[in-house]
Structure formats: C-alpha cells, structure tokens
Write a protein that binds this ligand. Structure first.
Ligand code: SF4
Length: 105
C-alpha cells in the first residue's frame, strides 16, 4: 500500500491511527469484573437457604427432572461449571445447582 503524498492527509491518517490506538488501550485498561473476583455461593449462605439452593440439583427433591441453574432463565454462564444468577449479585452459582426460584421460561 502506498503512502499518501499530501502532508495534511498523512497527518489526518496518523491522528486517526493514534486515536484508534489510544481508544483501544483505554478500553482494555477499563477494569471489569471477572469470575475470579466473585466467590461461589455456598448452600449455608442465608440468601441461598431462603430459596433452598443446592450445588447439585440431583439432591433437590422438588426440582423437575433435568432442571438446574445452567438451564434457568436468569442464569448467565461464566464457565462450563459456574455462572451468575440475578438473585445472587456478586456471587456465582454452580451450573449443576438449583433453587426453588428456577424458571425455564
Ligand atoms: Fe440457579 Fe435459577 Fe435458582 Fe439462580 S434462580 S440459583 S440460576 S435455579
């Protein structure tokens, strides 16, 4: 690819390139929450006990067959084994878990 001969055009292209670079750096430097920042919800947690949360849906007698956190409508996976549930802000739940607020809608 040839370089532009016009100095002002070259200056504009350099500014655009610099702006894209700075913008990219700015985005990558923005702190984001990762699953490593969030503890795993424990069954003993008072909030978990309120909805009878268990880490393994097979232990929940009230759970429909096949129902677990991974197929709940308010679950967002962060890995194959755990994810976020809107009921428990700042904590992760097990994909294989279940609670009585499960919704398959
Ligand atoms: Fe799991 Fe759904 Fe209960 Fe959240 S509401 S703990 S994702 S079953």
């Amino acid at each position: 690819m040839s370089e532009p001969d016009n100095p002002s055009r070259r200056a504009v292209l350099q500014r655009v390139a610099l702006g894209l670079s700075v913008g990219t750096l700015g985005l990558s430097a923005t702190p984001t929450a990762t699953s490593a920042d969030e503890p795993l919800l424990r069954e003993q947690d008072p909030a978990a006990r309120k909805v009878q949360y268990v880490e393994d849906a097979r232990r929940a007698q009230q759970a429909q067959s096949g129902a677990n956190c991974s197929n709940c409508s308010i679950y967002t996976a962060v890995s194959d084994t755990q994810g976020r549930c809107t009921l428990f802000k700042g904590k992760l739940v097990k994909a294989a878990g279940w609670c009585n607020a499960w919704s398959g809608l």
